[in-house]
Design a protein around this ligand. Structure first.
Ligand SMILES: [Fe+2]
Ligand SMILES: [Fe+2]
Length: 216
């Protein structure tokens, strides 16, 4: 009985910590543990239409970083081993810095984050929790696949950003190299490749999210 009480106490603690992380991620101003990446040369002025395009793209990236963080928080809450939980929380910390960088850039571009962010956080957290129930190796494989898809998405944004927006570009380039590192560490920790239909479903879900966040 005592063991059961301790166990349920731990579960309640973890659930409260997860709720606290969720509220901070969605509603508190994002804080980075590292400075925002800067371009090597002095940035140029953007025209109005360039600013609007850059803002829409950075809003998508901001939502993507929030969703990645929510996935990993959901996966961490239900991870079976402490080692897997550590990999997930380490990746989530990286996404939290990325979120703060995107938020800073959105402010510089005089734009706001997506209004649907609470919805995307909740949905992604639930998907993360489901992924965790498939076992740690599949859950780590889910991280590797998420990061691979984010890398492809960042490549496409690096091509679509106005050429003069070197500030957003510096942020996305740093994010891209860190997403590759997150994916590699999940694979090293034992992540297995996911079945093709799961990968396709992940791609379709992400497309709905990124397509919506561009506008709203
Ligand atoms: Fe990220
Ligand atoms: Fe990542």
């Amino acid at each position: 009985m005592a063991t059961l009480d301790m166990e349920s106490g731990r579960t309640l603690d973890s659930a409260l910590a997860a709720a606290d992380r969720a509220l901070r991620a969605v509603f508190a101003p994002a804080r980075s543990s590292r400075p925002t990446p800067q371009p090597a040369a002095a940035p140029q002025e953007l025209s109005d239409s360039e600013r609007r395009t850059a803002a829409a793209l950075m809003r998508v990236n901001h939502t993507g970083e929030l969703a990645a963080q929510a996935l990993y928080h959901g996966q961490a809450l239900f991870a079976h081993s402490e080692a897997t939980r550590r990999v997930l929380m380490e990746a989530a910390r990286g996404e939290s810095d990325h979120l703060a960088w995107c938020e800073t850039r959105l402010g510089e571009l005089a734009a706001r984050p997506s209004l649907l962010n609470p919805f995307w956080y909740a949905g992604s957290f639930a998907i993360g929790a489901l992924a965790a129930l498939m076992g740690d190796r599949a859950s780590l494989g889910f991280v590797a696949e998420t990061e691979r898809q984010v890398e492809g998405h960042l490549d496409s944004h690096l091509g679509r950003l106005p050429p003069s927006d070197s500030r957003s570009r510096a942020i996305l380039q740093t994010m891209r190299s860190e997403e590759i590192a997150h994916g590699a560490s999940a694979t090293r920790a034992g992540g297995v490749p996911l079945p093709r239909p799961v990968r396709a479903l992940m791609r379709r879900t992400a497309a709905v999210m990124t397509g919506t966040a561009y506008w709203i």
